[in-house]
Design a protein. Structure first.
Length: 157
């Protein structure tokens, strides 16, 4: 992992943590400041808090899968309702620490990973170093191929 890249990701995570902390001081709480649902860490296989997902991936030694999306992104919503809702994909995602990253709420993290289009799937080592990035919609077969290829890349990293 390059020092510059790791510094960028650490800075993004620090910004998210600071935003969450400052949010506790605001009337709307952490949800208003950081844009995360402070009540739930995950829904099914998906974590919603990137900083917690990074820590969990490193602790468990599992690869990290980041799904960068936005509420306003029609293709993202379509992929959510089709590919990501598929039971076989859900089962495969259990081999990863999978986290949904709303780019409007986690802009520093999206910038640290160089996200320029949506949806974008990033698979990283347990320490957060990206090994595969795939922008755009993927059907179930394409998603399975990405997961297999990325799993191999993480093992060989």
């Amino acid at each position: 992992m390059t020092r510059k890249w790791r510094t960028g990701v650490l800075a993004a995570l620090l910004a998210l943590t600071l935003a969450a902390w400052v949010g506790v001081q605001w009337p709307g709480g952490a949800e208003d400041a950081a844009g995360t649902d402070a009540e739930s860490l995950s829904e099914g296989v998906w974590a919603r808090q990137p900083e917690a997902a990074f820590a969990r991936a490193e602790k468990e030694g599992k690869p990290l899968l980041l799904d960068f999306y936005a509420q306003w992104c029609g293709i993202c919503q379509h992929m959510e309702q089709t590919t990501l809702a598929d039971e076989s994909v859900q089962q495969r995602l259990r081999d990863f620490v999978a986290v949904k990253v709303d780019v409007d709420r986690h802009r520093p993290l999206a910038q640290a990973f160089g996200i320029t289009g949506l949806p974008t799937t990033v698979i990283a080592t347990p320490t957060g170093e990206p090994v595969r990035t795939r922008p755009g919609y993927m059907n179930v077969d394409e998603y399975h191929s990405l997961l297999s290829e990325a799993s191999e890349a993480v093992r060989n990293h």
